[in-house]
Design a binder for this molecule. Structure first.
Ligand code: HDE
Length: 695
């Protein structure tokens, strides 16, 4: 069957309802002539039960809400397509991975885990990265996260960790945070969580954008070729814009200033044609080599370092279309780890096996019965024929009387597919053993990869992680819990345990770190180290330009031209909306008033010259705060030569890292290029004095 990148959109189009040029009707298609008053006896009299339009309108409103997801309730999604670079036939027979010309439609939902549907985007949390591929062989869902490992090893503990992480049951606090006693109580008692804790306390848990974070399938899957040879695989997504984070102070402020920060960023980037792109990669391990790895591939709290098994680039995911309707698509989409196509298979990872049960099960409640695969966003493009029937909300009207297999009355249809005809054949596996509830010995080391992660980070990244632990544990009220966590940290790293203990005002237990078993450090774990291999780009980055009356508009235009040519977006910010009068007498349009925006919404700040504008800005507390806050968050700040006075008023040295001054860089395009080069570094962590600057 033919599937291209437009196939899903064409299918969805059949269910779209466009009111343009149409009459308002009831659900039964009856045209409505009045919808502002209910039907009454006299204008001040009683309302009539007969008012079918009122009753229908109110009933539908009363039933608009469905249960939110028990985890990953807050999310944002986009449509796009996946295209392999070349045939992957040597590893898998999955059809969507065979032809480099083939574009398979996808729907991707990003999410936080712990918060409610209305919680803020920038909280410290894991991010979901769930991809539904609508392939010609049926739907394949790769339901991953932005962190390559998980908190627990066996799915039976999932309700426990989620209960501990979510708001506490007696008072339903705190929202969307793990900085509370019950979460850390669980962590302190379950050391298998510690590797993932290192990741969630790192900057990975506060991404700059959904467009700038990695994705991981987490579990080990199998790829199966057409001769039924299976290999182990770990799936990776790498964002082409690089992997970048916020800083914690910024993330907290954003949660109030713009709780939709990531949702807005994704939506606006796609509307503006900055399509997010991610490269799919395979880490392949031959079954015969699995024992030599030093980690058990069935243990989802462990990763395979890229130095041990490199990530092979396989193809590219491009997100190029926003959903038409949030509820119909983003809210009703149902991902399921069990949705798999021939050529890909599961493993015995006990976390994965639990997920194979949980997703469809939870969706039966959330989506109101067993027919949710018929909701347009969930429907495969591949044809569906089987004997499943009835249930709430059934759409399909099955033809004929033979609703069982085998049958003769329906001519034996629908019939079975052999492997050659695309039938899914489970990979044969020899299994024997005793029936028991137990963990394998090979799952028992909980510290060495936590140490590998911590030691792979650059000094500023380690500092951020330590601060995050001081923050989270600092909010824990029980000293016993804090002490138990420190005992675990002592087994990870001496610097970690001493610095966190100091922050908590507790004695540090003696450090007895467990050394990593494989490489002592892995470059792929540090965002700073990765930056060295990602081509620098300022594509879609947001720059705040602070202006007042008297601004040098000619210079502003020259800088703007160059930065926009490199793909950045500039927003002109002034005290009030409307226009400011430039030094050359022209009006400059203002995009945002200082009152409605904040430095945390931008990647960098630029201050053009113009004596009167500079004189106003350096006296304006709001403008100074804007610049100082950006400095504190290690962002690039650029000033024209005659705007250096603003830096002085902000107590910022023009020679500090990431400060681009016209005095050195020149003017116009030269200044813009120097600013762009600094912005492409994302942040300047080497600013030693930034906490000296008030913000
Ligand atoms: Fe999930 N997870 N999970 N999870 N998960 C859900 O399914 C579950 C796990 C992930 O945007 C739920 O439809 C169990 C790992 C994402 O709609 C639920 C276990 C990973 C999403 C569920 C895990 C994930 C979910 C809630 C441990 C990364 C959001 C709503 C065995 C590989 C998908 C729903 C979306 C959602 C169960 C662990 C990723 C309850 C039992 C590991 C991205 O079924």
């Amino acid at each position: 069957m033919h599937v291209d990148e437009k196939s899903k959109n064409t299918q969805l189009a059949k269910d779209r309802s466009d009111p343009t040029g149409n009459f308002l009707t009831t659900d039964q298609g009856i045209r409505v002539e009045h919808t502002d008053d209910s039907l009454k006896i006299g204008a001040r009299g009683p309302t009539l039960l007969e008012d079918f339009h009122f009753r229908e309108k109110m009933t539908r409103f009363d039933h608009e809400r469905i249960p939110e997801r028990v985890v990953h309730a807050r999310g944002s999604a986009a449509h796009g397509y996946f295209q392999p670079y070349e045939s992957q036939a040597k590893y898998t027979r999955a059809k969507f991975l065979q032809d480099p010309k083939k574009k398979t439609p996808v729907f991707v939902r990003f999410s936080t885990v712990a918060g409610s549907r209305g919680s803020a985007d920038t909280v410290r949390d894991v991010r979901g990265f769930a991809v539904k591929f609508y392939t010609e062989e049926g739907n394949f869902d790769l339901v991953g996260n932005n962190i390559p490992v998980f908190f627990i090893q066996d799915g039976i503990k999932f309700p426990d960790i989620i209960h501990a992480a979510k708001p506490e049951p007696h008072h339903e606090m705190p929202q969307a945070q793990t900085a509370h006693d019950s979460f850390w109580d669980f962590v302190s008692l379950v050391p298998e969580t510690l590797h993932m804790i290192m990741w969630t306390m790192s900057d990975r848990a506060i991404p700059r954008s959904y467009r700038m974070m990695q994705g991981f399938g987490v579990h080990t899957f199998r790829l199966v070729d057409d001769k039924n040879v299976a290999r182990f695989v770990k799936f990776h997504w790498k964002p082409l814009l690089g992997t970048h984070s916020l800083v914690w102070d910024e993330a907290q402020k954003l949660a109030g200033k713009d709780p939709d920060f990531h949702r807005r960023d994704l939506f606006e980037a796609i509307e503006q044609g900055h399509f997010p792109e991610y490269e799919l990669g395979f880490q392949i391990v031959e079954e015969a080599d699995a024992q030599k790895l030093g980690v058990d591939l069935l243990d989802a709290t462990k990763l395979v370092p890229e130095e041990v098994a490199p990530v092979i680039p396989v193809g590219k995911l491009t997100l190029d279309r926003n959903p038409t309707n949030f509820f119909a698509e983003t809210e009703q989409v149902a991902f399921c780890v069990a949705n798999i196509v021939p050529g890909i298979d599961f493993t015995d990872d006990p976390l994965m096996q639990a997920r194979l049960f949980s997703y469809l099960d939870t969706q039966l409640t959330r989506l109101g019965g067993p027919n949710f695969a018929e909701i347009p966003i969930n429907r495969p493009i591949a044809p569906v024929h089987n004997h499943q029937q009835d249930g709430f909300g059934r759409h399909t009207s099955n033809v004929g009387r033979a609703n069982y297999f085998p049958n003769s009355l329906g001519g034996g249809c629908p019939f079975l597919a052999s492997q050659q005809q695309g039938g899914f054949v489970h990979t044969p596996e020899q299994v024997s053993g005793q029936k028991l509830r137990a963990r394998p010995e090979s799952f028992k080391d909980h510290y060495s990869q936590a140490a590998l992660f911590f030691r792979s980070l650059s000094a500023p990244e380690q500092e951020h992680l330590i601060d995050a632990c001081r923050f989270e544990l600092g909010k824990v009220e029980s000293k016993a819990i804090q002490e138990r966590v420190l005992e675990h940290f002592a087994k990870i790293d001496a610097l970690l345990v001493t610095a966190v203990a100091e922050g908590l005002g507790l004695p540090a237990p003696k450090a007895t770190p467990v050394n990593p078993k494989g490489p002592p450090a892995s470059k792929a774990l540090s965002m700073e180290a990765m930056k060295l291999t990602t081509p620098p780009s300022i594509q879609s980055r947001k720059i705040a330009v602070l202006v007042a009356d008297g601004v040098d508009a000619d210079e502003l235009m020259a800088v703007r031209k160059e930065l926009e040519a490199q793909g950045a977006q500039l927003k002109i910010i002034a005290k009030r909306l409307g226009t400011v009068k430039a030094a050359n007498g022209k009006d400059v349009a203002v995009d945002k008033s200082a009152m409605t925006t904040a430095s945390v919404e931008y990647d960098g700040v630029f201050i053009p010259g113009g004596a009167a504008s500079v004189a106003t800005l350096k006296k304006d507390g709001e403008a100074r705060h804007f610049v100082q806050e950006a400095y504190l968050h290690c962002k690039t700040v650029g000033v024209s030569q005659d705007a250096e006075d603003v830096l002085k008023a902000c107590e910022i040295a023009p020679t500090a890292p990431g400060i681009v001054s016209g005095a050195k860089a020149g003017a116009g395009a030269a200044l813009a290029s120097a600013f762009a080069a600094a912005l492409a570094k994302h942040r300047h962590w080497d600013r030693k004095d930034n906490d000296r600057v008030p913000a």
